[in-house]
Design a protein around this ligand. Structure first.
Ligand SMILES: NC(=O)c1ccc[n+]([C@@H]2O[C@H](COP(=O)([O-])OP(=O)(O)OC[C@H]3O[C@@H](n4cnc5c(N)ncnc54)[C@H](O)[C@@H]3O)[C@@H](O)[C@H]2O)c1
Ligand SMILES: O=C(O)CC[C@@H](O)C(=O)O
Length: 526
C-alpha cells in the first residue's frame, strides 16, 4: 500500500479520501532535518503553508510521486526541483477563493469601524463612543489591484455595498473589467483616487514592494489599504511610517514579509491597523474544499490517473506524455516569451504546430503555450487544466493551425501574439539532446537557447551597432552571456537576441531605444 505523509493540519475530509488508497501518517511541526530523514518512506506529501518543501527535501525523497498543497500558493514548494525529479505538484486554485475575498471585505469594514479595538475596549470594561467614530464605505472608491478570482469576488460584493470600483490588472481586458463592474485604470490613478485599496495579486518580482514610500505618497490621507494576498507586496516599514505620519489613514494586513510576524513597528499603530495571522483561507468551508480537492488528486495519481490541477506536469496518459514532454517545455517557454514581447494584455494567440508536431496528438502543446503565456499574470495558479478557461475569461482568442510541410526541424512550434506592444512572433524547436532553441523571432532567423534574462532589439544592420549596445550595457554593469544577430538581408532590418546574466536595471531599456539605428527593444524574464 502507498504511504502519504501529511505534514500540516488538514481537514479530516482529506485524510478520509487518502485513507481509501494509502496508509496516512499525520506528522505536523516537523523540523526540516526530520522531514529529510523520513521523506524517503513516502509516495505522497500533503502540506499547507507551514511546510517548506525545499530542494534538499525533494532530493532526499526516493519514491515521492506527488506533492499536494491544500491551498493556492505553491511558493513554499521548490517546483522546479520537483519537476526535475518527475514529481507532480498539485494545488487547489479555487478552494479558498471565497474565504480570502470575504476576509478582505471583513478587514475593510472592521478597519473602517474600528471593530477590533472597540471590541477590546468594551471587554476591558470601558464604554468609549468617541474614539471609535468610523467611516462608511458606501459611495467610496475601492481600488482593486489584481482582478483575478479573489479580486473579482471582492468587486462583486463591494459593488452591492454601493462602492465605486477602480481596478488595475495589466493582464485583464477592459471588457472583462467592465463585466465585473470595474473601471480599469493605471496604477497611479488608482493610488491617487482610491479611498480603500485592496491587493489581490501574486508576489512576483514586479509586485514585490509595490506599496512603498513613493507609492504611499501618492495616496490620500484618508486611504486605507488591505492586504490579504501575499507578504512582501507592501514595504512594511514604509507603511508603518505613512500611518504614523498621517499620510494614509490605516491598513489591515493578513500576510507579512516574514511569517509569523516578528518584532514589528506595525504592532504599535493602535486602531489604525488590523493584523491577522494569515487567516484568509481559514474557514471551515475552505479547509474542507482544499483538503478534498487536493486529497482527491493525490488519490488519483497514486492510482495512476492524471491530476486535475497539476502545476508542473500535465495530466496526460503516460504514452502521450513521454512523447510530448520535451515539447511541453518548449511550448511553455515560447508562450511566456511571446506574451512578454507582445505586452501583458494579449488579445490573440496563433499557435502553429509544424512538421512532426502537425498532428491532433500535439493539441496539449497549445494548452502548454497558453500556460506559458499566462504565467506572468497567474504564476502558479495557471495549470494545464485551467489555462484554456483562464485565457477565455481574459478574452484571449486562440487560433490553432498545423503545417506538416514546415520541415526545417523535425517538429517546431510557431507562436504569434498580439497585445499592447503590437504583434510579435517566435519559433522554437528541440535540437541535439532535446535542448530548446529559439529559431526565429519576429520573422528573423536566429538560433539561440533561451535564458532566464534576455534582451531583444530590432535594429538596422549597420557597422558599430553591436559595439554601441555592448558599451551601453557595460556602462550599467550588465554582463552579456551570449549574443546573436538574425537578419534577412545585409544592411536591412535585423533582430539581436542577447542573454544577460541579471535582469536589466530600470530605465536602461529607454536608453537602448535611443541608440541610433535601434528601432525597438524588449526585455524578458523566462
Ligand atoms: N490570505 C490568504 O490566506 C490567501 C488565500 C488565498 C489566496 N491568497 C493570495 O491572494 C492572491 C490572489 O489570489 P487569486 O486566487 O485571486 O489569484 P488569481 O491568479 O485568480 O488572480 C491574480 C490576478 O493578479 C493579476 N496580476 C498579476 N500580476 C499583476 C501585477 N503586476 N499587477 C496587477 N495585477 C497583476 C493577474 O492578472 C490575476 O488576474 C494570491 O497572492 C494568493 O496567493 C491569499
Ligand atoms: O494554508 C493556508 O491557510 C494559506 C492559504 C493561502 O495563502 C493560499 O495560498 O492558498
Amino acid at each position: 500500500m502507498s504511504k502519504v505523509l501529511v505534514s500540516d493540519p488538514i481537514d479530516q475530509a482529506g485524510i478520509d479520501i487518502l485513507s481509501q488508497v494509502a496508509t496516512v501518517d499525520v506528522k505536523t511541526n516537523l523540523k526540516p532535518a526530520e522531514l529529510i530523514e523520513i521523506i524517503g518512506e513516502y509516495d505522497a506529501l500533503m502540506i499547507r503553508s507551514g511546510t517548506r518543501v525545499t530542494q534538499e527535501i525533494i532530493e532526499a525523497s526516493t519514491q515521492l510521486k506527488i506533492i499536494g498543497r491544500a491551498g493556492v500558493g505553491v511558493d513554499n514548494v521548490d517546483v522546479p526541483a520537483a519537476t526535475r525529479k518527475g514529481i507532480v505538484v498539485v494545488n487547489s486554485p479555487e478552494g479558498n477563493t471565497i474565504a480570502a475575498a470575504e476576509h478582505a471585505l471583513a478587514m475593510m469594514l472592521s478597519l473602517s469601524r474600528h471593530i477590533p479595538d472597540a471590541n477590546a475596549s468594551v471587554k476591558r470594561g470601558e464604554w468609549d463612543r468617541k474614539t471609535f467614530v468610523g467611516a462608511e464605505v458606501y459611495k467610496k472608491t475601492l481600488g482593486i489591484v489584481g482582478l483575478g478570482k479573489i479580486g473579482s469576488h471582492v468587486a462583486h460584493v463591494a459593488k452591492a455595498m454601493g462602492m465605486k470600483l477602480l481596478a488595475y490588472d495589466p493582464f485583464i481586458s477592459t471588457e472583462r473589467a467592465e463585466q465585473i463592474g470595474c473601471q480599469l485604470v493605471e496604477l497611479d490613478l488608482l493610488f491617487q483616487q482610491a479611498d480603500y485599496i485592496t491587493l489581490h495579486i501574486p508576489k512576483t518580482p514586479e509586485t514585490a514592494n509595490l506599496i512603498n514610500a513613493k507609492t504611499l505618497a501618492k495616496m490620500k490621507p484618508t486611504t486605507r489599504i488591505i492586504n490579504c494576498a501575499r507578504g512582501g507586496i507592501i514595504d512594511e516599514a514604509a507603511l508603518a511610517a505613512a500611518i504614523k505620519e498621517g499620510k494614509i489613514a490605516g491598513a489591515a494586513l493578513d500576510v507579512f514579509d516574514s511569517e509569523p510576524l516578528a518584532e514589528s513597528e506595525l504592532r504599535s499603530l493602535g486602531k489604525d491597523i488590523i493584523l491577522t495571522p494569515h487567516l484568509g483561507a481559514s474557514t471551515a468551508e475552505a479547509q474542507v474544499n482544499v483538503a478534498i480537492d487536493v486529497a482527491e488528486q493525490i488519490r488519483d495519481v497514486l492510482l495512476g490517473l492524471p491530476a486535475r490541477s497539476a502545476v508542473n506536469i500535465p495530466g496526460l496518459g503516460p504514452d502521450i506524455l513521454e512523447e510530448l514532454k520535451p515539447y511541453m517545455q518548449l511550448a511553455e517557454t515560447l508562450g511566456n516569451l511571446v506574451g512578454q514581447l507582445a505586452g501583458g494584455r494579449v488579445e490573440t494567440l496563433n499557435v502553429k504546430l509544424q512538421g512532426d508536431l502537425a498532428t491532433n496528438k500535439s493539441q496539449p502543446l497549445v494548452v502548454a503555450a497558453l500556460k506559458g503565456l499566462l504565467y506572468q499574470a497567474l504564476r502558479e495558479r495557471v495549470n494545464y487544466v485551467n489555462a484554456s478557461i483562464e485565457a477565455k475569461e481574459r478574452g484571449i482568442r486562440v487560433i490553432e493551425t498545423r503545417d506538416a510541410s514546415a520541415r526545417d526541424y523535425a517538429g517546431s512550434l510557431h507562436l504569434e501574439a498580439t497585445g499592447t506592444l503590437g504583434t510579435h512572433s517566435v519559433t522554437g524547436a528541440l535540437l541535439g539532446d532535446k535542448e530548446i532553441h529559439l529559431t526565429d523571432v519576429d520573422g528573423f532567423p536566429i538560433n539561440v537557447p533561451p535564458s532566464k534574462y534576455m534582451l531583444f532589439t530590432l535594429h538596422r544592420d549597420m557597422p558599430g551597432i553591436i559595439g554601441k549596445l555592448g558599451s551601453l550595457l557595460g556602462s550599467f554593469n550588465v554582463n552579456i552571456a551570449s549574443m546573436q544577430v538574425g537578419r534577412k538581408i545585409v544592411r536591412g532590418d535585423a533582430v539581436m537576441a542577447l542573454s544577460i546574466d541579471d535582469p536589466l536595471p530600470d530605465g536602461i531599456l529607454d536608453e537602448i531605444k535611443q541608440v541610433s539605428g535601434i528601432r525597438d527593444a524588449y526585455t524578458v524574464t523566462l
